[in-house]
Write a protein that binds this ligand. Structure first.
Ligand SMILES: [Mg+2]
Length: 412
């Protein structure tokens, strides 16, 4: 089997409501690049990458001379061909490599008639647990989505998600409002969901003093972990030494060098593996093995996935023996998906691992056309801008918090 063609299509899929975070907002949709890698036997493997547009599509097209004629089984060769570690310092292709790795694994699985998890050592679970992912959000009356801003609204939102999908772990994305206000919100979650585990993730924007203060203030609550309260391995290590809550990261342990540092001088207890940012599913498995050896926890990070990327997270989650934490996913915020059969469904807070060959997802061509058209209509959105705060940008550590009483701008 040899690769014969590669195609990339940008889609925009609507969210239930625009989501706010420490750097800006998701403006009511996710923009993703759908990658199709075709082989000379007629099979098509699927990949996905965050973001999109002409430059992303051109970046995939530019890899065609590297890929056409390449055997999809030769995954290690692929890594060095496209993103060897020193050339990658300049060409920044790790995320492209990840999307192509997904597609190659999909091709191999289809060729053998086996699910991707069987290519990765076999599954140790049939379903993968997920956390709810709670954001402050704009209201969107078109989808019946209420605003989330106050502690009461946040708690009600979490309870509604638990009722709908069965979550027993809840991740609260903060870093938007002053830390003492977000602490109130976190306490409201703990009061509303006394049996459930909680995570707080301000995306590393707290100062060291605020991070320690926040961590100490939640010590008595039912915490799963505190995620990136501060930015940097050293700052995390300082918080970890002073706060009796496990620390997790998806920002400062995102490659093997940083993982080695974290083994030698522990800054984070839990590493969130991302199938895109680590360069594929297989690098995540390698990293998870290191974590297993050194008793670091692992979880699965979410980069705002559609169904193809979610499938990579499910196959990864299926084979990790040391997945002792629920995975993250933005997925429940989506209104739709581009895969045949529509969105994956949660049951008791878990999603079943696909059982059909390859990644186990196929493109719904009508949906791809519909959401490619929506992308052409709406275009990209600036992830690091919030429509209600024109001209604003955060510092790290931040002190330019939004005012919880401020009016929100209308958003499309
Ligand atoms: Mg995070």
């Amino acid at each position: 089997m040899k690769i014969s063609d590669i195609r990339a299509t940008t889609v925009a899929v609507p969210l239930e409501a625009p989501l706010r975070h420490s750097n800006g907002a998701h403006w009511g949709r996710f923009v993703r690049t759908i990658v199709e890698v075709e082989a000379d036997n007629g099979l098509v493997g699927l990949g996905e990458m965050g973001g999109g547009g002409e430059s992303a599509e051109a970046a995939f097209r530019a890899l065609s001379p590297y890929l056409v004629g390449h055997d999809p089984f030769e995954l290690e060769a692929l890594r060095f061909k496209i993103a060897n570690p020193t050339a990658s310092l300049y060409n920044n292709r790790v995320q492209l490599l990840a999307a192509i790795e997904f597609a190659c694994l999909d091709l191999i699985g289809q060729q053998f008639g086996v699910p991707v998890y069987d290519l990765l050592g076999g599954k140790v679970r049939d379903t993968v647990p997920f956390a709810s992912y709670l954001f402050y959000r704009y209201p969107d009356p078109r989808h019946g989505a209420a605003e989330v801003r106050t502690p009461e609204q946040l708690a009600a939102h979490a309870v509604a998600l638990k009722r709908a999908h069965g979550f027993t772990v809840h991740k609260f994305k903060g870093g938007l409002y002053p830390p003492e206000y977000e602490l109130e919100c976190y306490r409201a979650l703990a009061a509303a969901l006394p049996e459930d585990l909680l995570r707080y993730d301000p995306n590393g924007v707290l100062s060291l003093a605020e991070g320690i203060r926040f961590g100490k203030a939640i010590e008595g609550l039912n915490n799963d972990y505190l995620e990136d309260p501060v930015f940097g391995l050293e700052a995390m290590r300082e918080v970890r030494g002073r706060v009796r809550v496990p620390l997790a990261t998806n920002t400062v342990v995102v490659n093997f060098e940083q993982l080695a540092s974290n083994v030698l001088r522990r800054s984070a207890d839990v590493v969130l593996l991302d199938t895109t940012f680590w360069g594929g599913i297989r690098p995540c498995l390698k990293a998870a093995s290191v974590c297993e050896t050194f008793h670091l926890g692992v979880s699965v990070h979410s980069s705002g996935e559609l169904g193809i990327q979610l499938a990579t997270m499910l196959h990864l989650g299926a084979v990790l023996p040391n997945l002792t934490y629920a995975a993250d996913a933005h997925y429940h915020h989506l209104m739709d998906d581009v895969i045949v059969g529509g969105r994956f469904r949660y049951r008791d807070g878990r999603i079943a691992v696909p059982e059909t060959p390859g990644l186990g997802v196929r493109l719904d061509r009508d949906k791809v056309a519909e959401y490619a058209e929506l992308y052409r209509e709406l275009g990209p959105y600036p992830y690091d801008r919030d429509p209600s705060r024109p001209g604003w940008y955060p510092l790290v550590p931040n002190d330019r918090w939004d005012d919880p009483a401020a009016e929100l701008a209308p958003i499309d």
